[in-house]
Design a protein around this ligand. Structure first.
Ligand code: NAD
Ligand code: DAU
Length: 331
């Protein structure tokens, strides 16, 4: 299979490329990535001899068309992904997430290429904190932020291209990922690298908000399965029953790093902050027999802490700039 991976130099995309090279040597992998502030060619260093990396924008229709014409399938990860950045400046999110997905759709339509579109549970909005409800494939879209609104728009384009043009596409909406190579602007790596660089961790508001954590490798195994065996036109929700409130995650991280669990700062809350996400992954279990392998969140966090300890040269150059941005926003 000739596989085109958009956004393959980002957190989830790079881990996906590593897994494909490791587990599916029959696949030929080309990565298209703009190498924005969130992309890292270094994240692909371990597989550099096994793949082709093309630096370019996913909204560049000519480039995308040329790359898709030489592919059998596309795994579309490329996006602007950080909610706080979207709140500060939504424009790049419209371009990458909406126009970028449009460019991919037009190219796969023209060349009859299989597409898997990677999306997020944030398109469903949020859930009340304590009622035990979960998102399903039938939950109505109700995005809260410019980020989730652009991801929702992209999902809608994919659905329309399947129905109107017979494009062979699937969609997955996954919950919060953690693991190696996640940018230090995101919650878990931000706190780990704050401790490692002598800063105090930062919790938005009271930390009551709940996220449903999944290891990035479990997400990516689901993406591969859907690409291989998913039903065209179908949406799959990916989650690993990993609900935790932010305060608990913060305290666990501090404990695992040998610190006082209360040694952090409460900072300005995110505007419009989604309360709770939770995924019902039954369809994925029942139809594709997927199940997460990383079921012990605490040992997943320990491995992730170890990874950041051992890979300081990867994250250190990013850290000061990210913290300067946060400081400007009072976060
Ligand atoms: P990331 O921000 O770490 O990486 C995004 C990658 O896309 C980067 O390499 C960046 O350079 C590239 N990119 C951005 N704009 C581009 C453009 N215009 N053209 C080409 N490349 C561009 O993001 P991530 O966390 O790895 O997320 C990957 C995908 O998974 C996204 O579609 C995101 O919405 C989705 N997702 C993420 C999570 C999560 O918890 N991180 C959960 C569910 C779904
Ligand atoms: O649910 C999937 C989504 O998960 C993906 O679609 C997004 O791309 C990804 O960024 C993530 O979105 P969140 O907004 O949930 O992730 P983030 O890491 O930014 O924040 C997780 C929670 O932690 C959220 O409730 C905000 C809070 N937070 C975040 C940061 C950066 C803090 O309390 N302190 C922080 O410093």
């Amino acid at each position: 299979m000739r596989l085109l991976v958009t956004g393959g130099a980002g957190f989830i995309g790079a881990n996906f490329v590593h897994a494909v090279v490791r587990e599916h040597p029959e696949a030929t992998v080309t990565v298209l990535d703009a190498l924005t502030y969130a992309g890292s060619a270094e994240a692909l260093d371990p597989v550099a001899d096994d793949i082709t990396l093309v630096r370019g924008d996913v909204s560049d229709t000519e480039l995308v068309n040329a790359l898709v014409s030489e592919s059998d399938a596309v795994a579309h990860f490329a996006a602007e992904t950080h909610v706080d950045n979207a709140l500060a400046d939504p424009e790049p999110f419209l371009r990458a997430n909406v126009i970028g997905t449009f460019a991919v759709l037009e190219a796969v339509r023209r060349h009859g290429v299989r597409l898997h579109h990677v999306s997020t549970d944030e398109v469903y909005g949020d859930l009340p904190l304590d009622d035990g409800s979960r998102f399903t494939e039938a939950t109505p879209y109700n995005p809260s932020s410019p980020y989730s609104a652009t991801k929702a728009a992209a999902d809608m384009l994919v659905r329309a291209w399947v129905r109107s043009y017979g494009v062979r596409a699937t969609i997955s909406n996954c919950s919060n990922n953690y693991g190696p190579y996640q940018h230090v602007e995101k919650f878990i790596p931000r706190q780990i690298t704050n401790v490692l660089s002598g800063r105090r961790p930062k919790l938005y508001g009271t930390g009551a908000n709940v996220r449903d954590w999944i290891h990035v490798d479990d997400h990516n195994r689901a993406v591969w399965l859907i690409l291989e065996r998913g039903t065209i036109g179908r949406t799959y929700l990916i989650g690993a029953n990993g609900e935790r409130d932010n305060l608990s995650v913060m305290r666990t991280l501090l404990r695992l790093m040998g610190r006082d669990p209360d040694d952090f700062d409460h900072v300005t809350d995110r505007v419009g902050h989604d309360l709770r996400y939770a995924i019902d992954p039954s369809l994925l279990h029942d139809e594709l027999h997927w199940a997460p392998k990383h079921t012990d969140f605490e040992s997943g966090l320990e491995e992730t802490i170890d990874w950041y300890r051992s890979n300081e040269s990867w994250w250190r150059p990013l850290k000061d700039g990210v913290e300067a941005n946060y400081a400007e926003r009072g976060q």
